[in-house]
Design a protein around this ligand. Sequence first.
Ligand code: FAD
Length: 391
Amino acid sequence: MDFDLTESERRFRDDLRDFLDRNLPLEWRSRHPKEPWTDERRDLARRWQAKLAEGRYVALDWPKEWGGREASLAERIIVQTELIRARAPRIIGHVGLDLVGPALIEHGTDAQKKRFLENMRTSRELWCQGFSEPNAGSDLGGLRTRAVLEGDHYVVSGQKVWTSVAEVADWCFLLARTNTDVKKHAGISALLVDMKQPGIDVRPLRQLTGEAEFNEVFFDNVRVPKENVVGRPGDGWKIAMGILAHERGPMWAFMFHGYMTEDLSQLLALAKRRGLDRDPVFRQRLARAHGDIEIMRLLGCRSLTAESRGEHLGPRTSLEKLFGSELSQRVRELAMDVLGNEALVGLDDERAAWEGRWLRFYLFSRADTIMGGTSEVQRTVIAHQLLGLPR
Ligand SMILES: Cc1cc2nc3c(=O)[nH]c(=O)nc-3n(C[C@H](O)[C@H](O)[C@H](O)COP(=O)(O)OP(=O)(O)OC[C@H]3O[C@@H](n4cnc5c(N)ncnc54)[C@H](O)[C@@H]3O)c2cc1C
């Protein structure tokens, strides 16, 4: 099995490196590829996405007529890896680019594509994903937000939760129940909802880290034109499952690999400064982390190879999500142990090691095994669909 870049992939990577050298000023680069959002960082990230869009280095998998490159998975992974390596600002329009855009391209009308795709690509408009509800997360099919057709509008009422970036989003890709007379999955529709209108109340949820990166969103008789349904009414479940498949898989594997590689190199330096590089227990744990990070990369390469052979990745992507998210937690727990008592220094205390990043990443890593499908759900998929065990 050959995991090296092909000649054309190498050229593609070199062109990208050249683009980054010319367009990513030093002062735009982050201290870590996964810095938390601040207002300033968001502004910068919007400008950065617009710059990437000029070079057609976002929405790579979209059709050329909509500003994409119809790029291969390998090329998309090269871009993601190089952006992490260069410490470029995080992609702020991820929900639009990776989830809503592909859904519109596959199921949307021409009018929807014309209205939304270019603004999504350039980050002129930001999107959030309104799926989860207080009683519908893993069991998304049980969602209760209602959209009732009245004339030429749907009237939406209900509550969403954990909605990332809703506080700044212009639009929401919303799942709502439009029919209660059919089986629960068949009654769900996907709606494009303007977030800047009366009846929408966005309430930030403060996380363990002190930041508020996601929200509760309340809809009270919100009017949505009926031409803003994606696909046909009742297609929402099918469309959502297609979207969620985008969240997992080799892109995850290489993203985690990028972040973990960065963290481990910082961690090694920290362990050396504290003389823990001679401690037999820490040496074992650091060596294991290095091995696991390499396994993460190889899992990604394996899926990439399968994909290039035209194989359907399907449930195998659950392995990457499960392994990567749990690895992220192990590495961050190891960092806390290397820090010892110093891990107790408060997040905003100027004495906190690495400007508080270790503690912040450690606290945030609890989310890794929840977002995009919990570890229990991934294990159930693996048990049932890969191992053939009964439900
Ligand atoms: C950082 C972050 C960002 C997010 N962003 C968004 C967003 O932008 N938009 C959005 O819609 N949602 C978002 N979510 C929500 C996310 O999709 C849900 O948290 C996730 O689907 C789990 O649902 P839940 O929180 O309701 O937990 P539940 O489904 O209630 O699960 C609770 C516990 O029960 C377990 N469990 C549930 N069902 C089973 C089962 N069948 N078998 C075994 N165990 C089970 C779970 O593993 C978990 O441990 C985000 C979450 C996080 C952490």
